[in-house]
Design a protein around this ligand. Structure first.
Ligand SMILES: Nc1nc2c([nH]c(=O)n2[C@@H]2O[C@H](COP(=O)(O)OP(=O)(O)OP(=O)(O)O)[C@@H](O)[C@H]2O)c(=O)[nH]1
Length: 139
């Protein structure tokens, strides 16, 4: 059952477009069993209490992809604001070109490096679609 508008919570999620030397960005496929399973998304996750969104990205890149980066290596690009049925999502999107290690899926998720103008070939959560033109412009 959908919740009335006024009781929807605001969920803060921080996400990152990792960029390689060829100007491609990394997307990851949400595993089966999760909400929005099969959709391709930017690495990231919920901002935990006490964290800055940048710290969330550094942590999530380590947990999901086993790579290291630094807060100083994250540049804010834009944000997504989307009303899902049960929550309102606010998702800053950072760009990261400097990181250490080769991304390897730590949670069984498929990974793909994609040129921004090909992102529309991959089904993404509805919140993500408005982000694509910003990446096309940047890269
Ligand atoms: N990481 C990420 N999350 C996104 C994107 N777009 C988008 O709508 N989301 C939503 O933001 C939330 C991210 O939360 P999450 O990844 O930490 O959580 P999850 O659903 O995997 O749950 P869990 O980690 O608690 O099991 C999900 O509801 C996800 O659908 C995106 O590009 N990247």
């Amino acid at each position: 059952m959908s919740q009335p508008e006024e009781s929807k919570r605001l969920l803060l999620v921080a996400a990152c477009a990792l960029v390689d030397g060829d100007g491609r960005v990394l997307i990851a496929q949400r595993p089966e069993g999760k909400q929005l399973a099969g959709m391709w998304e930017f690495p990231g996750g919920k901002v935990e209490p006490g964290e800055t969104p940048e710290e969330t990205v550094v942590r999530e890149l380590r947990e999901e992809l086993a790579i290291e980066t630094k807060v100083a290596c994250l540049a804010p690009l834009t944000f997504a604001s989307h009303a899902y049925e049960s929550f309102n999502l606010l998702m800053p999107l950072f760009v990261c070109r400097r990181y250490w290690g080769i991304p390897q899926a730590q949670e069984g998720q498929a990974l793909k490096w994609v040129r921004p103008n090909k992102l529309r070939d991959y089904p993404m959560p509805p919140a993500d679609e408005p982000l694509i033109p910003f990446l096309i412009d940047l890269l």
